[in-house]
Design a binder for this molecule. Structure first.
Ligand code: UQ1
Length: 471
């Protein structure tokens, strides 16, 4: 990324009033109903049971108003090829969170409120917004049925609802998180990310455990970011002594991960394991938290089927995650993992040629991060536009993803890699830096620049990550 692209060139965004938005969407909804009628009368076989709560038709229907949904919708809109309301977004949420910032909330560096926006405020007036969830996909008929019964037809479908945090897959976790007197917290939710900071502040003595589960997670580095920041704080305050961690240190720290290594990419994993050893942190590898038995006891499953119970006084837990049921139980899902089954190069569904996905909900074999979406969204948009124009999808995604790993207050290791766990470093290519070395400049990228550029440009469709600003 040329540094020039980081400067200026901020998009000027004009918005209609909310009343003009309403009038427009009402008149278009009426037009859309007519189209929908035509669409249905052309059907050659009996459709699935119809709830006649309403219907509509769009050129592009985007399921999900998260990082991926907003980036894709606005990039499509900016192509200039769509009339108002030809693109629609479906999402039941009232709010949108900059989730990569939740580790910073856990560290006391930001408030969760400053990372949150009303979702509606992030959606251009020229996009139709269905503020509702999806009940079912019927891709053989090009229909998405909303929870309120509305049937929405589409030419192209983008499925980007993210993945669900499944708190109840670890026994006792929901109860422990909800109880302010139990020292269990998690940066993985809006409700609990600030409890992480309160817990870290209050903890002065005893055994701290930081967990990482088996199975899919978003941002595989976050489990240890939470740990490195707490370790740094406790060290500065004199309650953790890294060089004497097993004997006289008031606090002892354990990283209990279901993985056999610190991180999935060998280059960064090696450096992180060195940090772990230097900092006196016990590594419990292949330990998968399955239950919180009491305020002080936790049980882990081992690969051989055995169980290990450990005492803790404070614990940071990363819950299990997985696809939403409405995705996993649909024809769009990969039968193995329940994620949207797309081609790893083009983002196009393997069976339904007018269905697309990226981000956490997709089965792309790369790490699930907002940074990955910066690279995936333009590929999806290019290829979908090609298909809409009757051409073949030829733009290819190389698997780019990134994980800015906070290793202490003031330093970040900027892991960037592509398919195959191969490092693909922006500042390695441009400046010759080794990004496995934690640096102050990367810390400011993570803490200040990325949150800024996210709301300023990425959700508006004008940011392509390492490629800089796009029109
Ligand atoms: C990025 O663009 C981005 O989005 C705003 C992030 O925040 C979630 C990131 O963590 C990263 C690494 C990028 C990639 C951009 C550069 C300049 C490396």
């Amino acid at each position: 990324m040329a540094s020039r692209t980081l400067l200026g060139r901020m998009p000027v965004h004009s918005r209609g009033t909310s009343s003009s938005r309403q009038t427009m969407s009402l008149s278009l909804a009426a037009g859309a109903r007519k189209q929908q009628h035509n669409h249905r009368s052309l059907a050659t076989h009996a459709p699935h049971p119809v709830n006649t709560a309403g219907s509509a038709q769009h050129k592009v229907l985007v399921v999900g108003g998260g990082a991926a949904g907003l980036a894709v919708s606005h990039q499509l809109l900016r192509s200039g090829k769509f009339a108002p309301n030809e693109i629609a977004i479906v999402d039941p949420a009232q709010t949108h969170d900059y989730q990569p910032g939740w580790t910073l909330v856990g560290a006391g560096l930001k408030t969760k409120e400053e990372l949150r926006r009303p979702l509606r405020s992030l959606i251009d007036n020229r996009l139709q917004f269905y503020n509702d969830g999806v009940a079912t996909f019927t891709p053989q008929d090009n229909i998405v049925t909303l929870r309120n019964g509305t049937e929405v037809g589409y030419d192209q479908l983008v499925v980007v609802p993210g993945i669900e945090i499944k708190y109840n897959k670890i026994n006792g976790l929901s109860e422990a998180l909800a109880d302010p007197n139990i020292m269990v917290s998690s940066v993985y939710g809006f409700d609990t990310c600030d409890k992480v900071n309160r817990t870290t502040q209050a903890f002065r003595k005893g055994q701290a455990i930081f967990t990482q589960p088996s199975g899919m997670v978003k941002c595989a580095g976050a489990p240890q970011k939470a740990m490195w920041l707490a370790v740094d704080k406790w060290t500065r305050e004199g309650v953790y002594r890294p060089n004497d961690a097993t004997s006289s240190s008031p606090i002892k720290v354990t990283f209990a991960t279901a993985l056999p290594v610190m991180f999935g990419v060998p280059k960064y994993s090696q450096e992180l394991n060195k940090l772990r050893q230097q900092r006196g942190v016990e590594g419990l590898f292949e330990h998968d938290l399955v239950s919180i038995d009491s305020a002080n006891k936790a049980t882990f499953a081992r690969p051989d089927g055995s169980k290990v119970t450990r005492s803790f006084d404070s614990m940071h837990v990363v819950p299990k995650m997985g696809p939403f049921d409405f995705v996993a139980q649909s024809l769009l899902a990969n039968p193995g993992n329940g994620l949207v089954d797309i081609d790893e190069k083009t983002m196009r569904h393997k069976k339904f040629g007018n269905v697309w996905s990226i981000g956490d909900a997709s089965n792309l074999p790369t790490s699930k991060t907002a940074a990955a979406i910066t690279a995936q969204a333009p590929v999806l948009v290019d290829n979908m536009m090609a298909v809409m124009a009757g051409q073949e999808p030829t733009t290819v995604y190389n698997g780019y993803t990134s994980c800015p790993i906070l290793t202490e207050y003031g330093k970040v290791m900027l892991a960037e890699f592509k398919y195959g766990g191969e490092p693909f470093e922006t500042f390695g290519r441009t400046l010759g830096l080794d990004q496995s070395v934690p640096r102050r400049a990367f810390y400011y990228l993570k803490k200040d620049f990325f949150p800024w550029v996210y709301y300023k440009a990425m959700v508006k469709g004008t940011w392509a990550g390492p490629k800089g600003f796009i029109r």
